[in-house]
Design a protein around this ligand. Structure first.
Ligand SMILES: Nc1ncnc2c1ncn2[C@@H]1O[C@H](COP(=O)(O)OP(=O)(O)OP(=O)(O)O)[C@@H](O)[C@H]1O
Ligand SMILES: [Mg+2]
Length: 113
């Protein structure tokens, strides 16, 4: 199992949710509001068409845990849904997940996803 962590533009969250639904990836997701910076730290970036100059910009972090086989498809779906081609589009990190448990039933790993 893997965790896909995608840092995306705030305004792209709805597009991503729709794309995941369209492709039947509806097992679950975690969404957080985060602050961050990429390699343009301290330089100008456009946020919703507005020029902003700040070291920390508001982004959305989406976490999805899935089976290894789904990683490539999910990464493609995410990129297709949120890419604008402008700086600040975000990043995707894929990490190993050692163990999962559904608290209600005690089911584990793939059965708990
Ligand atoms: N190396 C990193 N480690 C952790 N988080 C990162 C890293 N790089 C980017 N992020 C997160 O992703 C968000 C968006 O990064 P961003 O898309 O600006 O990356 P970038 O490397 O500057 O690429 P681009 O040149 O396309 O802007 C950042 O605000 C930060 O939250
Ligand atoms: Mg950047």
């Amino acid at each position: 199992m893997k965790k896909i962590e995608a840092i995306i533009r705030t305004e792209k969250l709805e597009d991503l949710k729709l794309a995941l639904e369209e492709h039947d990836f509806t097992n679950g997701m975690t969404v957080s509001q985060v602050l961050g910076y990429g390699k343009q730290k301290g330089f100008t970036e456009y946020v919703r068409g507005q020029k902003v100059k700040t070291a920390l910009l508001a982004k959305i972090k989406v976490e999805l845990v899935c089976v290894d086989l789904d990683v490539d498809r999910l990464v493609s779906i995410i990129v297709e849904a949120v890419q604008t081609g402008e700086v600040g589009d975000g990043k995707i990190f894929v990490q190993p997940v050692e163990r999962v448990m559904r608290i209600r039933t005690g089911e584990e790993d793939v059965d708990a996803l």
